[in-house]
Each structure stands twice: as structure tokens, then as C-alpha cells.
Design a protein around this ligand. Structure first.
Ligand code: KIV
Length: 258
């Protein structure tokens, strides 16, 4: 087993697992100092390309951004999202996951869903491609607004059985997105693998947020996003200074000229 995955598994019940998204080298270099897992999320579709869903993200988008991220990740486990419709069948899932692993040199892939995609997950793991699961709100197939999951008895039963099924078939961790607190707590308690929460309470073994959201680079009003910094403010200061010094001919001085 990948040493980084072993280390992450050992953290369950001992210390919280930090997962951050990155779409490029420069953010990855900083995220790598704090993260156990760096995820190249297909959220890049909405965050960088203004798509209204993650459905339009292509395999090429994911591979190109992941190649850049790879340059900045030294110690964390690097996971790449398989985009929508790239794992519809076992054959396509294997072909595309192999391509992602080979071209990006990532450590693992993430797929959204439970029972419906278990055969794909089984085949990848059988072929030594580590898989991270993703349950609850599934952005690739979600219809309409962001709504929490685990409200009805049927939904709760499905979430719990999907989590156990993914664990049984070898995923090393599961992202729980927008799952009601008591259900996320119960799933986390029932599993021996870690859960990584996003909008699913403090009871998960780790937490993930989209880095651009938590830094205030991307404007969003999703309930689970806490803005830890307003990076745009600092970008603005730097750019304003540049523009002002160019206009006043204070830049470039001799020091910056050939
Ligand atoms: O696409 C993404 O960034 C994700 C995380 C937010 C979990 O799947």
C-alpha cells in the first residue's frame, strides 16, 4: 500500500486529516505545507471556468491542471477527480483512470457515488489504482440547488449502506458532502477508513474545502464555506501599486531595466 495512504489511515481517531483542493502549482506549493491530501477537484469547472455545473469538465482539463499541481506537491497525497461520464462503465473507468495516473503521476483518483459505481471502483482497486469515494451531495449528478442529504429514512439507509460497500471494496477514504450531522457522525463511527467532511460537521475524520473559496478568491455563498482570508484584497493592493507606478513612471527604475 502507498505509504502516504497508510499514514492517512492511521490518523483516524487520532488527529484530523487536512484536505485542500488545488488547480495549479503555486497554490499546491502552499497547500502542501498543511495538507495530508491535495485534491485536484472538478470544482475547477465552476471556480475557474464559470460553468454552472461540474458536468462540462473534461478529462483534458483535469489532466492539464493536475500536471501543474504535481509540480507543487511534494509530501501530500495527490488525488485527482475523475470527471463526469469518464467512468460510466468499468472499461471506460479503467482506461481513463490509467490515463490520469500515468499522465499526472497522481497517487489516487476520486469517483462520486455508491452502489451504482461499485464495479468500476472494484476494477480500479484490483488494478492497483487507489480510490477515494464521495457520498452525499454529488455535484456531478446533483439536480437543482445544494441540498443536504440524510434527511429521510430511505436516504439515511442508502448512505450508510453505500459507505460500508465502498469500504468493503477497498476505497481508502470517503468524502462526505452536505450530510446531516448525526448521519455523518454515525457513518464515521461505523467505518474503519477515514471520512473527509465538507458541510458534514466536525465529527468527520478530516475536512476539505475548496482553497479558492476559503481564501476568498472565489465568490460563493454556500453555507459550508468559511472565508478564512480575503486574498482578493491583497491582490488588489499589489495590482493597484503596479498600475500607479507604471503611470507615474516610478516603475521600472534602472534596477529593473536592461
Ligand atoms: O471538486 C471538488 O473540489 C470536490 C471537493 C470539494 C470535495 O470534490
Amino acid at each position: 500500500m502507498n505509504k502516504k495512504i497508510k499514514k492517512i489511515l492511521k490518523k483516524k481517531k487520532k488527529s484530523k486529516i487536512i484536505c485542500l483542493t488545488s488547480y495549479s502549482k503555486n497554490i499546491a506549493e502552499e497547500a502542501d505545507k498543511y495538507a495530508d491530501i491535495i485534491l485536484v477537484g472538478d470544482s475547477l469547472g465552476s471556480v475557474l471556468y464559470n460553468h454552472d455545473t461540474t458536468k462540462k469538465v473534461t478529462l483534458t482539463n483535469m489532466i492539464d491542471h493536475s500536471k501543474s499541481v504535481r509540480l507543487g506537491v511534494k509530501k501530500s497525497l495527490m488525488v485527482v477527480d475523475m470527471p463526469y461520464q469518464t467512468y460510466n462503465s468499468t472499461k471506460t473507468a479503467f482506461k481513463n483512470a490509467k490515463k490520469i495516473m500515468k499522465e499526472t503521476k497522481c497517487d489516487a483518483v476520486k469517483l462520486e457515488g455508491g452502489k451504482k459505481i461499485v464495479n468500476q471502483i472494484k476494477l480500479l482497486i484490483k488494478n492497483k489504482i487507489p480510490v477515494m469515494g464521495h457520498l452525499g451531495l454529488l455535484p456531478q449528478t446533483n439536480k437543482g440547488k445544494f441540498k443536504s442529504k440524510g434527511k429521510t429514512a430511505k436516504e439515511i439507509k442508502q448512505l450508510i449502506s453505500d459507505a460500508l460497500l465502498l469500504q468493503k471494496n477497498g476505497v481508502f477514504a470517503i468524502v462526505l458532502e452536505c450530510i446531516k450531522t448525526p448521519i455523518a457522525k454515525q457513518i464515521t463511527k461505523n467505518l474503519s477508513i477515514p471520512t473527509i467532511g465538507i458541510g458534514s460537521s466536525v465529527h468527520c475524520d478530516g475536512q476539505v474545502l475548496v482553497t479558492d473559496d476559503l481564501l476568498g478568491l472565489n465568490q460563493t455563498n454556500i453555507k459550508f464555506v468559511k472565508k478564512f482570508l480575503n486574498v482578493k484584497k491583497y491582490i488588489n493592493i499589489g495590482l493597484r501599486k503596479f498600475a500607479s507606478q507604471v503611470k507615474s513612471k516610478k516603475f521600472p527604475t534602472k534596477k529593473y531595466s536592461y
